[in-house]
Design a binder for this molecule. Structure first.
Ligand code: OOB
Length: 556
């Protein structure tokens, strides 16, 4: 499978973004090398569980050695490698090693299970899969063994932390045999190393279709989003970023996240779990200055902060995003945590909006921010793609220097998700205020946002439909006071099928090897689905029923 299967920016746009100084011709490999040369002894990554405190020089050296080991195992430029790691220091060693050789990390989340991982490996034609032995009570080696048995093209499984079992440990890979090709490109010097305009990695889309889509990001575009984010969030070499959300997700990775912090020469502290009991002691000990949370976690922190014995006074900025943060909760951040709130409305496809640190409080608590770049183009349109009157609500379309022009190897999706002139259809319903800030008013895409975790309704429906007793299924969001939304499945059984319990449907989906957050929170059995005027299933009516908590048809 070719890696040029990613649509890219037309030359006139690329030229403009370069001329504007957005794309500066840096690569991730080069960026780490420069920082290691400038301040070798400064701490880059702290992994409190393993007790690692890696300096920039150490991270740089480790990335080089691992890159040499990967090359010696025939992992080459353009190859895809599924990276499935929790918040451990080795995450950075692995991704910088891959960046150096131009192999593409495919970022899986710790919650992903067999179904997702098999799909990522198969669809990307991955040559390697990197795991931790265990995390949060789950044995990833068993998952790797099953995946390897089913995906013959997967040549390697590397275990980054813990007992490797029958697989190769990352430490062994890094012990590259003498004479191995250690000729690792740190800069795009003209050889066949990674070039700034080429792909750096594949990120996952939240998705609204049966299978997740992959998001091709380049060195140039992603590094621009880091630089822009750092400026807006005040991240510099004195910043200490607590990575509390899963490190591979776009928000903690780049908004400004761990990569933004490393770009600035600051320090990244990895938090094994995002709960206050794990995070607060680390904030105190490491003098954390900035972190990012999804709304349900922000609520937990707000509740826990007033009673904590830990000193949180170093925290300057809390970023909250991934899902809509309510105005009431937003107002409580400052008083409870003693820091400035920045709302962030972003997407792995590109566009990221932030409230500014010096915005009036009313703007910070009532909007989801404005774009990073003066070259981010924002269109708000009606159902026919006509621009709405300024200030009115409509579909958000966007184009710009760090927003992709298409998904990886997905021409059919691209025809639907992008306009002919390259605008990405975000699926979000927004309005723009007179100050240019965006307010998220809803969502048109068939997705559930479960406290920041995105679930494509169609994907879950397909799994439920695989049950022999199920005739039809529809999955919608139902409101939840803590998560914002939960997953509600409406199911019609086959005539004459044995009666099924809600629990059995949930178990069936779980046993198909799906991430836990996608398993329906509630299953309702109904006789029929409400229909629209043209006879399609009305998800709008199903959502309304889910919000009311009442079954749709009596006696079911
Ligand atoms: C972030 O990225 P994704 O790719 O997991 O999800 C993107 C979608 C957006 O299209 C929107 O539907 C929703 O998540 N979203 C928000 C939001 N932030 C994201 N909806 C309402 N309010 C917000 N503040 O979630 C992401 C990527 C980078 C930075 C922050 C979040």
């Amino acid at each position: 499978m070719s890696t040029d299967a990613a649509p890219t920016w037309p030359a006139e746009f690329a030229d403009r973004y370069r001329a504007a100084g957005h794309w500066r011709g840096e690569t991730f490999g080069g960026m780490l090398r420069r920082r290691a040369e400038a301040h070798p002894d400064r701490i880059a990554v702290v992994d409190p569980v393993a007790g690692h405190r890696w300096s920039y020089a150490e991270l740089d050296r480790r990335a080089d050695r691992l890159a040499a080991g990967f090359l010696a195992r025939d992992i080459a430029k353009g190859d895809r490698v599924v990276v499935h790691l929790p918040n451990v220091a080795e995450f950075f060693e692995v991704i910088f090693a891959l960046f150096r050789i131009g192999a593409l990390p495919v970022f899986a989340l710790p919650a992903h299970r067999e179904t997702e991982i098999r799909y990522f490996c198969e669809f990307t034609g991955a040559v390697a899969y990197v795991i931790s032995a265990e995390h949060a009570g789950y044995d990833y080696r068993e998952l790797a063994a099953r995946t390897r048995a089913e995906v013959p093209a997967l040549r390697h499984v590397f275990v980054a932390t813990g007992d490797p079992g029958g697989f190769e440990s990352l430490a062994d890979v890094a012990e590259a045999p003498a004479g191995a090709p250690a000729d690792v490109a740190e800069e795009p010097a003209g050889g066949d190393g990674p070039r700034p305009h080429e792909l750096a990695f594949l990120q996952l889309s939240g998705g609204s279709t049966g299978v997740p889509k992959l998001i091709p990001r380049t060195h140039d575009d992603y590094i621009y989003s880091l630089r822009g984010s750092n400026e807006i969030c005040g991240v510099d070499e004195n910043s200490v970023y607590l990575c509390a959300l899963p490190a591979a997700h776009n928000f903690p990775l780049s908004s400004p996240g761990s990569l933004g912090t490393l770009y600035a020469g600051g320090r990244v502290v990895l938090c094994p779990r995002p709960s206050p009991d794990a995070a607060f002691p680390l904030i105190e000990r490491e003098r954390v200055t900035v972190t990012g949370l999804v709304p349900p976690l922000a609520l937990l922190w707000i509740a826990a902060a007033p009673g904590t014995a830990h000193d949180l006074s170093s925290l300057d900025v809390l970023l909250v995003g991934g899902a809509k943060f309510s105005e009431e909760a937003a107002r409580r951040v400052g008083p409870a945590l003693g820091c400035t709130l920045q709302q962030v409305f972003g997407m792995a496809e590109g566009l990221v909006n932030y409230t500014r640190l010096d915005d009036p409080v009313e703007t910070i608590v009532t909007t989801q921010g404005r774009p990073i770049s003066p070259d981010d183009e924002i269109l708000v349109v009606d159902d026919e793609d006509h621009e709405v009157v300024p200030g009115m609500t409509g579909h958000l379309l966007t184009r710009g220097p760090y927003t992709i022009r298409g998904y990886w190897n997905a021409p059919e999706h691209n025809a639907r998700s992008f306009t002919d002139d390259g605008f990405y259809r975000t699926g979000d319903i927004v309005r723009v205020t007179t100050t240019g800030h965006l307010v998220v008013e809803g969502r048109a895409k068939d997705q559930i946002n479960r406290g920041g975790e995105k679930i494509a309704a169609e994907e879950v429906e397909n799994h439920i439909l695989a049950h022999p007793s199920v005739h039809d299924a529809n999955v919608v969001a139902e409101p939840d006071p803590y998560l914002g939304e939960r997953v509600c499945a409406y199911v019609i059984l086959r005539p004459g099928a044995d009666p099924l319990k809600a629990l059995a449907v949930k178990r069936f989906v779980r046993e198909r090897g799906l991430a836990a957050y996608k398993i329906p929170d509630r299953v309702e059995f109904v006789d029929a689905f409400p229909q629209t005027g043209v006879g399609k299933v009305s998800k709008k009516d199903l959502r309304a029923a889910a919000a009311g908590g009442t079954p749709l048809s009596p006696g079911t």
